[in-house]
Design a protein around this ligand. Structure first.
Ligand code: SF4
Length: 361
């Protein structure tokens, strides 16, 4: 368990703030969404993209997204499919949908101005405590805490918190510490400095304690337990599932169908994909032929098996058997696209891999 109610002496708090801010002002990375006067909409977009994704990956996506939707009005007016297309490959597509819905709420309910306080930000769809704190502190200079994976790791080491990092009591304690530490002056820089320290110095493996600006105030460093922290919950092995994707071709075009509006890869496009048939081996072309008819209303020749691939999602290992068939009639609710034209539809990384395998044949 965490040591509840860790008290931070005012002198230590001040020293931590001072050291961290001084380091950040010299060493922070220049990133396209960082500026002396950050734009709240830009901060909102970058924070949505940065959740679960590395900075290096986000930069190109962010620049493309802001070029396509330079203002919150542009994003609010955009078609969801265009938003998803610009997000494809970044994963966690729910973030894109939430950002889009939040933009619509900002335009519809706040006159197109991003709210400047945590409470109003939290009332926007899909905006959680972290994003609200980030936008309020970075864009508006509000004294609001943030806690993401980097900050949680840094705090757990500074204060030698040995409880499991995602245990609710430990999370509460970390939020409380983040709130206590964030200063009235430059709260946005301080929050970004904690994230930056976690990303570049206090890294999960091999943290650079020898050059760390707060090493002398870090309890885990003092106790020699840095490599044990933060304590992670023992992960369950990801569940393995077997899918069957069928590239149905007609006159040089392939059938793409849209996934339901909720759940994994919601609203994205894909080859017809059977997700609940028996494991590989028991599935034949005949079985898939019947399935295509019943599920998508398409008559086709018996599909032939062409390849296999494996794809990792957060909680699952997806084994995909890829099939190919010639279609004879038009499917209900799908679109026919050339394999190169698939890039015009929002598709998941898995579907892109399937399309590449088909293209390579
Ligand atoms: S001294 Fe090491 S463990 Fe402590 S904050 Fe710095 S890098 Fe992290």
């Amino acid at each position: 368990m965490a040591r509840e109610g860790i008290q931070v002496k005012p002198a230590r708090r001040a020293a931590l703030r001072r050291a961290l801010l001084a380091w950040y002002r010299v060493h922070h990375r220049k990133l396209p969404w960082r500026s002396a006067r950050p734009d709240a909409y830009h901060v909102l977009v970058s924070e949505a993209m940065l959740q679960q994704t590395q900075v290096a990956t986000v930069i190109a996506y962010y620049e493309r997204f802001i070029t396509a939707f330079p203002t919150v009005h542009d994003l609010a007016a955009a078609d969801e499919q265009d938003v998803l297309r610009l997000w494809q490959g970044l994963g966690y597509y729910r973030r894109a949908r939430h950002l889009h819905t939040a933009a619509r709420a900002i335009v519809g309910q706040h006159g197109g101005t991003v709210p400047d306080d945590v409470e109003s930000l939290l009332s926007l769809p899909g905006i959680g405590r972290y994003t609200a704190g980030a936008v309020a502190s970075i864009a508006f200079g509000r004294r609001a805490p943030i806690l993401d994976g980097n900050v949680a790791r840094v705090l757990s080491r500074w204060f030698a918190i040995e409880g499991v990092i995602d245990d609710p009591a430990v999370r509460d304690e970390l939020w409380r510490l983040a709130e206590e530490l964030v200063p009235e002056e430059s709260p946005g820089d301080f929050n970004q400095a904690m994230m930056e320290l976690g990303a570049t110095v206090c890294t999960p493996r091999s943290p650079l304690c020898l050059t760390c600006p707060v090493a002398s105030m870090c309890r885990a460093n003092e106790l020699g337990i840095v490599d044990r922290l933060p304590t992670k919950r023992v992960k369950r092995k990801p569940t393995r599932v077997e899918y069957h994707a069928v590239a149905v071709e007609r006159g040089g075009k392939f059938l793409f169908v849209q996934r339901p509006a909720k759940g994994l890869w919601a609203g994205m496009w894909q080859f017809p994909m059977a997700e609940s048939l028996p494991p590989t081996g028991a599935v034949t072309g005949k079985v898939l032929q019947t399935w295509l008819k019943e599920t998508h209303g398409i008559t086709c020749a018996s599909p032939r098996r062409v390849d296999e691939l494996e794809h990792q999602t957060t909680h699952r290992t997806v084994g995909v058997t890829l099939w190919r068939a010639s279609g004879k009639n038009t499917a209900k609710g799908g679109v026919w696209q050339s394999i190169d034209g698939a890039g015009e539809l929002p598709v998941s990384r898995l579907q892109r891999r399937c399309a590449e395998l088909v293209r390579g044949q």
